[in-house]
Design a protein around this ligand. Structure first.
Ligand SMILES: NC(=O)c1ccc[n+]([C@@H]2O[C@H](COP(=O)([O-])OP(=O)(O)OC[C@H]3O[C@@H](n4cnc5c(N)ncnc54)[C@H](O)[C@@H]3O)[C@@H](O)[C@H]2O)c1
Ligand SMILES: [Zn+2]
Length: 346
């Protein structure tokens, strides 16, 4: 399955196919032929697939850099390490970088690719569900600062994305479910049929599920490449999700778990406000439950939560655009003053 994403500068193909990693060299031959290849991965991914990756490209000048796994790798420290390794390998602007890992490796490597020599082509080979349906599509690349996540970044689309759903077989369950929160989000905001599929046996149709999600993200990012409008609907569940993540200092709950808590909370609220069709929150809960994403025992300090909302660095406005569902598959955007506490009230 192939999806082409158009950007203001060019376009790139996303290939979604079981087993495509095994044939990565073939799927990228037209871009990589005669070029040096610089691959970046993390130690977990390397332990499963690193050897195969190196073998595949043994016919060309190839270098693999293995970084520690985890969000802390998305830092200026490891960015500098990549710059040094790139310089040492004497990469030129016509060579190719491969990001082989989850969103951490994708975001960091993409930012290095965007900036080293003012831009080197890069290929995304996402290995987590989250990176396959979300971070590898849309061209956002970034690193974190001690002051906050994703504070330094750019829009720098890859030249190709190769998605192999079989790579997900080695993912720990919690990491898989983390990505499922974003998959459920796509169904909830855009596609009732996808949503229904998630309630069934997903193992048999994961390729189709990923394809559907990527297609939804493609349509949204093509309409709003630089995130100034429509792309905001991808933030469904994320406003409160960020509160959950911040209040636990990015430890107790993962991003997907925060988003899951956020999606259910805002839907319960909007249903009570009469904005959302009755029964929607229950249906959402059913899907979330299937992937261990319901946290009824979650408690928080309402004052601290309100503070997080007020301090949202990305927005200088006095209001927050809340994405709500009118029903599964359809959204409405409500602009609500930051001081309105509807989301953080019992
Ligand atoms: N650029 C974007 O548009 C965008 C969108 C959403 C999220 N993100 C970013 O993505 C990052 C999170 O990405 P993530 O959830 O993929 O996390 P991650 O990259 O940290 O991967 C999660 C864990 O899974 C392991 N792993 C990866 N692939 C594996 C495999 N196939 N088998 C076994 N283990 C594997 C990793 O080593 C890691 O421990 C965050 O930094 C977030 O900001 C970016
Ligand atoms: Zn998200």
């Amino acid at each position: 399955m192939k999806i082409n994403v158009k950007t203001s500068m060019s376009s790139y193909d996303i290939i979604i196919e079981n087993g495509s990693f095994e044939n990565l060299h073939k799927y990228t031959e037209d871009i990589t032929k005669g070029r040096k290849i610089f691959a970046v991965t993390d130690d977990n991914v390397d332990s499963f697939y690193g050897e195969r990756l190196s073998d595949m490209f043994s016919y060309c000048e190839f270098k693999k850099v293995v970084l520690p796994h985890g969000e802390t790798t998305k830092s200026s420290e490891y960015l500098n390490k990549l710059y040094s390794e790139l310089a040492e390998f004497k990469m030129s602007r016509s060579d190719i970088i491969i990001a082989f890992g989850g969103g951490v490796i994708g975001d960091l490597t993409g930012f290095a690719a965007a900036t080293f020599l003012r831009g080197i082509k890069f290929i995304q080979v996402p290995t987590t569900l989250l990176s396959q349906v979300d971070s590898s599509v849309g061209g956002k690349v970034a690193i974190d600062l001690p002051e906050g996540k994703n504070l330094v970044g750019s829009f720098y689309p890859p030249c190709r994305v190769i998605i192999d759903p079989l790579l997900l077989n080695t993912l720990p369950k919690r990491v898989f479910n983390d990505g499922m929160a974003e998959v459920i989000k796509y169904g909830a905001i855009r596609d009732d049929k996808l949503f229904e599929m998630l309630l069934g046996d997903i193992d048999t149709c994961i390729e189709e599920v990923i394809h559907t999600c990527v297609n939804i993200k493609k349509q949204i990012v093509e309409n709003d490449e630089f995130d100034t409008g429509e792309r905001m609907i991808l933030n469904f569940g994320h406003t409160f999700g960020h509160v959950v993540e911040k209040l636990c200092n990015y430890t107790t709950y993962t991003h997907g778990e925060g988003v899951a808590i956020g999606m259910l909370r805002i839907t319960q609220k909007s249903e009570a406000m009469g904005i959302t069709e009755k029964g929607t929150a229950d249906r959402l809960r059913l899907a979330l439950e299937k992937y261990d994403l319901v946290f009824d025992d979650y408690t928080f300090d309402a004052n601290k939560a309100a503070q997080v909302l007020l301090l949202d660095k990305k927005s200088s406005k006095d209001t927050i655009n809340y994405i709500m569902l009118s029903k599964i598959g359809e959204t409405v955007i409500k602009e609500i003053p930051k001081t309105d506490t509807f989301l953080t009230e019992d």
